[in-house]
Design a protein around this ligand. Structure first.
Ligand code: NAP
Length: 327
């Protein structure tokens, strides 16, 4: 019996490759870069399984073309690039990799918070340029995390992991989200507030919600103007949660203190992106999960989800359980 045909956008860690070995017939679309769209188009009709390491749009047309597809295993927790309804209608199981990237992404949020608060970009530049000529009580002075209010938007796995870390830094936690989570409020000393009030009260705002129709453009000019003038916005969720043009105005015109970003409306960020010119904006190239144990965990889960589905079982991280009624 020939092994089921599986295509993979880019090579994943050995922790995942070893699970797939001898179970499926894998074709790599690319070792490292973005796969050629013509190759993807050519191969899709033959794919029984996919392992998708990057946010390639998977729309109705995509699923129509992938006529033999049974499972699309995502190497991410976010699935905003997938038309879930279309996948379900086409009988395709979609899986993700929750949990294993929670800590690394929460660490990234704290790193961005500290870097923006303590003016890491500006202070490092001054030092490297030889501008550190004397000690002064007023030079290089940033904001405290200790004693400040952190507002978390989206109190899911990562949002709560950010809260846990922030408590260690002596921050007070407030949060908002689609649903109130009383079960975590006492443990994380967290108070639930509506978004507008959270924005008015926070010294730091950390975006940790999923990107959905409701959260697209959630933070625009109106919301940024509501924030304190010395507040910092952190986004490790998805770029489209924030109106990037409005954020540029906010950071360049002093509506807020600055920002720490890991995600953008357009990725990779084009070199003419105006935010690149602002020193009070710390920018990382979508590295939230880029830590060894996290990436190994993602590879392992993505491979396990794929094998479970291909072998006819229910994969542990099925995003669209309604599909089970159709297959
Ligand atoms: P999660 O546990 O599913 O949490 C997502 C949270 O978003 C949930 O609490 C959900 O609310 C909330 N949410 C959904 N709609 C909302 C709305 N309209 N307003 C406010 N909150 C809303 O997922 P997670 O593991 O924490 O990941 C969160 C997001 O982080 C992912 O979706 C992904 O896009 C992003 N991420 C980025 C990186 C990176 O590399 N930077 C890495 C991992 C994840 P409910 O509790 O009511 O469902």
């Amino acid at each position: 019996m020939p092994l089921p045909k599986v295509f993979m956008t880019q090579k994943i860690q050995e922790a995942g490759m070893s699970i797939l070995k001898d179970k499926v017939d894998i074709t790599l679309w690319s070792d490292e870069g973005r796969p050629d769209p013509r190759t993807v188009k050519r191969d899709l009709p033959h794919a029984e399984g996919l392992i998708m390491t990057m946010g390639i749009p998977m729309d109705r047309e995509f699923f129509k073309r992938a006529a033999k597809l049974r499972v699309a295993s995502l190497y991410s927790v976010g699935y905003d690039n997938v038309d879930i309804a279309a996948a379900t209608e086409s009988g395709v199981m979609v899986t993700n990799t929750p949990g294993v990237l929670t800590d690394a992404t929460a660490d990234t949020a704290l790193m961005l918070m500290l870097m923006a608060a303590r003016k890491a970009r500006e202070n490092e530049r001054i030092m490297r340029e030889g501008g550190w000529t004397h000690w002064s009580p007023n030079q290089f002075v940033g904001k405290d995390l200790f004693g400040s209010v952190l507002g978390i938007v989206g109190f899911g796995e990562i949002g709560r992991a950010v809260a846990k870390r922030a408590l260690g830094f002596g921050m007070k936690i407030i949060y908002t989200g689609r649903t109130r989570k009383p079960e975590y409020e006492e443990k994380l000393c967290a108070e639930y507030l509506p978004l507008d009030e959270l924005l008015r009260r926070s010294d730091f705002v950390s975006l940790n919600c999923a990107l959905t129709k409701e959260t697209t453009g959630l933070i625009g000019e109106r919301e940024l103007r509501m924030m304190k003038k010395d507040a910092v916005l952190i986004n490790t969720a998805r770029g489209a949660v924030v109106d990037q043009r409005a954020l540029y105005s906010a950071c360049s015109e002093g509506w807020i203190w600055g920002a720490g970003l890991d995600v953008y409306e357009k990725e990779p960020v084009p070199m003419d992106e105006p935010l690149l010119g602002l020193e009070n904006v710390v920018m990382m190239p979508h590295i939230g999960s880029a830590a060894v144990s996290s990436r190994e965990g993602m590879a392992r889960l993505a491979a396990q989800n794929l094998v479970e589905a291909i072998e006819g079982r229910i994969p542990p991280n099925l995003v669209n359980p309604d599909v089970l009624k159709r297959i």
